[in-house]
Design a protein around this ligand. Structure first.
Ligand code: FAD
Ligand code: DLZ
Length: 517
């Protein structure tokens, strides 16, 4: 018999490790282990999502007649990590071979590669074919120069899948409608209510477990509403297609206080644990355009995220690791400020994003990139500190997707492999794309002075500090022209005030404090 080991983000019936499974002989192993919950202290909602979805998936396999050996977190025999639990299962079942699908994390791949020798049984690691592009092919497609950028990779994925294509040409004549997708919301706009899922008995039991075992983890469970089965995930996708996709493009980059989801799909948690696949999601969006229910700018924008960015960052991860995580091109070394956990800051934008993150284990892309990400970049937070935060607090965060987004896109720690310029912005950007600055205690227009928005002081300080690196970057010509026009006095004030602000920032001494609920 073979032992098929399925991890918590591999909950897809068509996962490669299940190919050729013989229900009469083979056994599926699933294990809940504390090591995966605590190597970063995941948000409580993420723990509930993964554990509840694992339990539901195991039941679905059993309903098909498959034998599932499922080890619960509170099983007294549980040794609480993947390798030890696999060793116990091998002793129980004495399999001829162990079959696994390639994991989503370098750390776990290292473990897997040691299992055969440690256990004295062959371990077959199969490709994760839920992705459109395998790492070896990614390396071939993105060799040097322009083809190494996301846009060119994305076009190749469009050609390969035929999505939004008319023969060899993109539907509508353009590959990219981004220019139409940067609108701010009208004042006081209310987005439609989204479909959320009330906890069933399985989820409720996991919630109690998480509140007992992981009580000091960040986040609250009151608003837990993530899909935990494939059926629910399909309903969530359908809800997005009907109520939000038509406006997804227009307001993709907009932010508004109290509006936590806007027109985003909210599918990343389900997608990343395997309840949905990228191709089915992208094809469903394409159908909305072809059948006249959603405009091209929205559908193209959405498909680019799913088959472009999502696949591209995975390619970067698997072709550049493990060295990728070690780079620190901007020499950023500062610890993460406490307000990333508490939300206790006068910067209304950050307080608002941290609140939404605590209540939902979710923030949308621009909140992650241009609010918490932007501040971390400008303040010179050490890449590993900010990476751990993102990996812990979002329900959709898995290393293969979180790391490139944070290390590359936010921190520019990879020296530009992912983006040709850093995503640095002053308060004007946040003011244009959100209502956060209205009602903020800071002055969004001031660069210096007691009440100047720290995003401004730190932005100009960032340009001064990194002038040697970015001063000649053509994509940064405008801000450097503005900096050149600045008087010496103002430059000196910016440097001094930025240093004073950074020196005063409070940081947790050791582990993150319990959150303010
Ligand atoms: P939508 O806005 O509706 O987008 C649709 C889908 O496109 C997403 O579900 C996701 O699968 C994909 N997508 C969009 N942008 C990206 C991207 N940059 N990289 C990969 N996929 C993308 N996404 C994760 O899935 N996990 C993460 O851990 C993660 N960390 C991020 C950290 C930072 C600093 C930034 C800037 C982005 C991060 N993203 C991450 C990408 C993006 O923010 C989330 O995918 C998105 O917010 C999830 O919400 P949604 O499903 O409503 O997405
Ligand atoms: C995220 C997570 C958590 C919290 N718990 C488990 C678990 O108990 N068992 C499991 O199989 N997987 C879990 N996961 C997902 C793993 O962390 C994920 O599979 C690896 O990081 C590889 O991507």
């Amino acid at each position: 018999m073979r032992l098929v080991f399925i991890l918590g983000d591999q909950l897809t019936r068509g996962i490669s490790s299940l190919d050729g499974l013989d229900p009469a002989r083979d056994v599926v192993l699933m294990v809940e282990v504390a090591a995966e919950a605590t190597y970063v202290r995941h948000h409580k909602q993420k723990l509930v999502l993964v554990l509840s979805a694992m339990r539901h998936f195991a039941e679905e396999l059993r309903a098909e007649g498959i034998t599932v050996d499922y080890v619960r977190l509170d099983d007294p025999e549980n040794r609480q990590d993947f390798s030890a639990e696999l060793a116990r299962a091998v002793a129980r079942h004495r399999p001829e071979a162990v079959v696994v699908t390639h994991p989503g994390e370098w750390r776990v791949l290292q473990l897997m590669q040691g299992w055969s020798e440690a256990l004295g049984v062959p371990v077959e690691i199969r490709d994760d074919d839920r992705f459109l592009c395998q790492p070896t092919e990614f390396a071939r497609l993105t060799t040097a120069g322009k083809t190494g950028r996301m846009e060119y990779f994305y076009r190749e994925m469009r050609r390969r899948t035929g999505l939004l294509m008319e023969g060899a040409k993109p539907l509508g004549g353009k590959w990219n409608y981004d220019a139409e997708n940067r609108k701010a919301l009208p004042r006081g706009h209310r987005a439609p209510k989204r479909k959320r899922f009330a906890p069933d008995a399985v989820t409720a039991e996991v919630m109690t477990l998480v509140e007992t075992r992981f009580v000091d983890h960040f986040g609250t469970l009151d608003r837990f509403g993530w899909p935990v089965t494939r059926t629910e995930a399909l309903l969530a996708l359908d809800d997005f297609l009907r109520v939000a996709l038509p406006s997804f493009g227009d307001w993709q980059d907009a932010m508004q206080a109290g509006e936590d989801f806007l027109y985003h799909s909210l599918i990343a948690p389900a997608l990343n644990i395997g309840l949905l696949t990228a191709l089915e999601v992208a094809a469903a969006a394409e159908r909305e355009y072809l059948e006249g229910r959603a405009p091209l700018n929205a559908v193209e924008g959405f498909i680019r995220q799913v088959i472009g960015w999502r696949e591209f960052v995975r390619g970067i991860y698997w072709t550049e690791m493990p060295g990728y995580a070690q780079t620190n091109a901007l020499n950023a070394t500062r610890p993460l400020p406490s307000f990333y956990w508490t939300g206790d800051t006068r910067m209304r934008c950050i307080a608002e994003v941290v609140r939404g993150t605590r209540e939902n284990a979710y923030a949308h892309h621009i909140q992650r990139l241009m609010v918490t990400g932007n501040f971390a970049l400008l303040a010179g937070i050490a890449p590993a500190e900010i990476e751990d935060w993102y990996l812990a607090v979002y329900a959709d965060a898995f290393d293969w997707v979180e790391l490139p987004n944070v290390h590359g896109m936010v921190a520019h720690a990879d020296g530009g492999r992912l983006g040709s310029k850093p995503y640095a912005a002053a308060a004007a950007y946040i003011g244009r794309m959100s209502d956060y600055c209205r009602g903020c205690g800071y002055d969004a227009k001031a660069r210096t002075g007691r009440n100047a928005c720290p995003m401004n002081t730190l932005y100009w300080n960032f340009l001064i500090t990194h002038q040697a690196r970015f001063g000649k970057n053509p994509r940064m010509a405008l801000p450097y022209k503005a900096l050149a026009a600045m008087g010496e006095g103002e430059r000196a004030a910016i440097t001094a005030e930025a240093a004073a602000f950074l020196a005063k920032m409070k940081t947790p001494e050791a582990e993150p404090p319990a959150q303010i609920s």
